[in-house]
Ligand binder design. Structure first.
Ligand code: NAD
Length: 357
């Protein structure tokens, strides 16, 4: 295989964890005889500094032409001024919208070697294996918003808008994933209050009935889901939901594994390149210290190989290597529970060593 991969290291720990993922990619290329042409591009705060915009046109153009995109993380206190003309996160929203990345896949399956890292009881988290599918280009984050004068000062509004097509395409991706897993699909909404949720409920039910009658399908209100997720997470297989509910529930779900440093995500559209990244941010509090956990980005790379390049063997090999490193007891500080730990580069090296065995 000979393909181009766009790499957006970003800000803070982004470049540190991306470097380790690229070392793993180089090892996979050598082992399997592939050529991955990795093009590193500015995006986020660094791009605001160098180009005056978080997503320069050239970055977007190269991303469009690439087979897949690997992103570190963007943002940091330097660009946090609420009065700034633009912010790093605007680049993230724009790349999702421009590339039509409407489905965000986040697997949440705690490593059996790290059950103790979760703040939840081991008997609750062990055996959890959820795939969240979050709608990514619609809803409140993209709807009409603004401010207007109000007798008390100002009034602000954000609107949640969805159409049939937007709901169908993301529910279809979730249902297809469920078919390859335990055949259970849960749709999360707030249909007792929101009109947009009532559309989700009817469109989703019709689609599943027509195209996926083999699935066990149910619906759960988002407030109930917030409770079920930490009281009985094992009961869920694939969970599909709209943008903001997914944003909140997936961060809550990350605590089932105990560390943001372990969770990858994939943002997919059709057709075109998918974007793969760790779920964590740029962690400015630890940037430059060499202690960031690179495993989420390495696991995001495995998702990239699986979903965009159809290299299942290579993806599974990386996941097995990460599992071996954790089984052997190697920990970065965030998952060491106060015990001994190794740094970012050493953790990357442990994965490389495990790949070589
Ligand atoms: P964060 O995820 O960066 O950090 C939260 C906590 O988790 C911090 O204590 C951090 O040290 C720790 N952490 C995160 N990743 C880690 C890793 N790989 N290894 C070890 N520890 C890790 O969230 P935040 O502090 O709320 O946000 C920091 C910046 O990142 C903000 O500017 C925010 O806007 C941005 N952000 C970017 C993305 C993205 O690029 N997709 C996502 C979330 C936040």
């Amino acid at each position: 295989m000979n393909v181009q991969i766009a790499v957006l290291p970003g800000d803070g720990i982004g470049p540190e964890v991306t470097t380790e993922a690229l070392r793993v990619l180089a090892a996979i290329a050598r082992k399997f005889g592939h050529t991955f042409d990795c093009v590193s591009l500015p995006m986020g705060g660094n791009a605001i500094d160098s180009h005056g915009t978080p997503l320069p046109d050239e970055t977007l153009a190269v991303c469009r032409k690439s087979a897949a995109i690997l992103l570190g993380a963007v943002g940091g206190p330097k660009w946090d001024d609420p009065n700034a003309k633009t912010r790093p996160e605007a680049g993230l929203l724009k790349i999702r919208k421009e590339l039509g990345l409407f489905a965000n896949l986040r697997p949440i399956a705690p490593s059996p070697h790290l059950i103790g890292a979760s703040p939840l009881k081991p008997e609750i988290v062990s055996g959890t294996d959820i795939l969240f599918v979050r709608e990514l280009t619609g809803g409140l984050y993209f709807g009409e918003s603004g401010r207007r004068p109000h007798p008390s000062g100002e009034e602000a509004y954000s609107t949640m808008t969805y159409n049939t097509h937007e709901v169908e395409r993301v529910v279809r991706i979730a249902a297809e994933a469920a078919r390859k897993r335990r055949k259970k699909l849960t749709m999360v909404d707030k249909a007792n209050v929101l009109e947009a949720s009532r559309l989700w409920r009817s469109v989703s039910a019709n689609l599943v009935k027509k195209e996926f009658p083999d699935l066990q399908y149910d619906v759960v209100l988002v407030d109930s889901m917030a409770m079920h997720l930490i009281s009985r997470p094992r009961d869920f297989d694939v969970v599909v939901t709209e943008n903001m509910f997914g944003d909140i529930l997936t961060d809550e779900g990350s605590m089932i594994t105990g560390s943001m440093g372990l969770l990858p995500s994939a943002s997919l559209g059709t057709p075109g390149p998918g974007l793969y990244e760790p779920i964590h941010g740029s962690a400015p509090d630890i940037a430059g210290k060499g202690i960031a956990n690179p495993l989420a980005t390495i696991l995001a790379l495995a998702m990239l190989l699986r979903h965009s390049l159809e290299l299942e063997t290579e993806a599974a090999l990386i996941e097995k290597a990460v599992d071996k490193v954790l089984a052997d007891g190697w920990r970065t500080k965030d998952i060491a529970a106060g015990g001994p730990s190794i740094g970012t580069v050493e953790m990357g090296q442990k994965v490389l060593d495990a790949l070589a065995t």
